[in-house]
Write a protein that binds this ligand. Structure first.
Ligand code: GUN
Length: 294
């Protein structure tokens, strides 16, 4: 059996950004609207700093405006809510992203639900989560949207396929399962309490790994020819004292069995940011009254 096809998330993200840049230019010309994203970053988490910088760079490269609001780790919840309220009222801002994780003294759910739902480009507001579940015009979270775009590009119509999502977070697992269900897959959500996870995974035509555990999914957990989407990204130490990035899937042994698989890095990661740009454009169009859906 030959190795699985590599699903090139970087190429897909580049192509998507090209389409978004063209749409942004058209929106500016026709309505004088420049989509603007505000990114709120609390504290100095190094990974968050890298993400935020990358988001800002890609926003501006697509012709959109990006505003960074950095606040110290010690900010009070009340002051953070005041900032969000200001951004909710600011007409130059169409999308608001509060970078996670937040410090422990801040109630994450309370803060995320303070973002105006129409500016919630992360799709984390409970109203958007509910709309997504009900299938009515929601702003969906960026990582699951990116996974769906890769799957649809790879497989076309997903109707009737058996999809297994490993992980049940509000950010990835649950919305991913919902999007797959809307695409007419037969969906199983597996998690840390699932009995015989290997047997459940082996049923999957589509396997989405979002468990947050390095190399949890082994090659012999994968059905021959399955499409494998790896959402995980972890830096692990190697025997030589160096480090390398791995996903939730043991890549080499899984590639020998799967039909197609995303690499880490270069798979899902680039698509997440491209989808954030897409959601910001959608929010700007909606706020300008250019979209008829809710
Ligand atoms: N931190 C890690 N991933 C994400 C994400 O997708 N959105 C936000 N807001 N924070 C994150």
């Amino acid at each position: 059996m030959t190795d699985a096809k590599l699903i090139d998330g970087k190429a897909a993200a580049d192509a998507l950004r090209g389409r978004i840049a063209a749409d942004v230019a058209a929106l500016k010309q026709s309505h004088g609207v420049t989509p603007g994203l505000a990114v709120v970053l609390v504290g100095e988490d190094p990974a968050s700093l890298i993400y935020v910088r990358s988001k800002s760079k890609q926003m501006t490269s697509c012709g959109m405006a990006s505003f960074e609001h950095r606040r110290p780790e010690s900010i009070s919840q009340a002051d953070l809510l005041t900032l969000i309220d200001d951004l909710n009222r600011d007409d130059a801002i169409h999308g608001i992203l509060v970078q996670l994780p937040l410090p422990a003294h801040i109630d994450e759910h309370f803060v995320l639900n303070a973002v105006a739902p129409e500016k919630d480009v992360d799709g984390f507001h409970v109203l958007n989560a509910g709309r997504l579940a009900a299938g009515i015009g929601a702003m969906a979270p960026c990582t699951p949207l990116g996974c769906m775009a890769l799957l649809e590009e790879e497989l076309g119509d997903l109707s009737g396929l058996d999809a297994v999502v490993v992980g049940r977070s509000n950010i990835v697992g649950k919305p991913m399962a919902t999007l797959l269900l809307h695409a007419n897959c037969t969906v199983t959500i597996a998690h840390s309490r699932t009995r015989d996870l290997r047997a459940v995974c082996r049923r999957a035509d589509i396997l989405v790994a979002a468990a947050g555990k390095p190399e949890l999914i082994r090659g012999d957990w994968i059905k021959s020819g399955a499409t494998v989407i790896d959402v995980g990204i972890h830096r692990i130490a190697t025997e030589s004292g160096k480090s390398r990035l791995v996903g939730d899937v043991a890549f080499a042994e899984s590639r020998a069995v799967a039909g197609a698989i995303t690499p880490v890095p270069g798979g899902v990661g680039p698509m997440t940011i491209a989808m954030l740009l897409g959601n910001t454009l959608t929010a700007a169009r909606r706020i300008a009254g250019l979209l008829s859906d809710t």
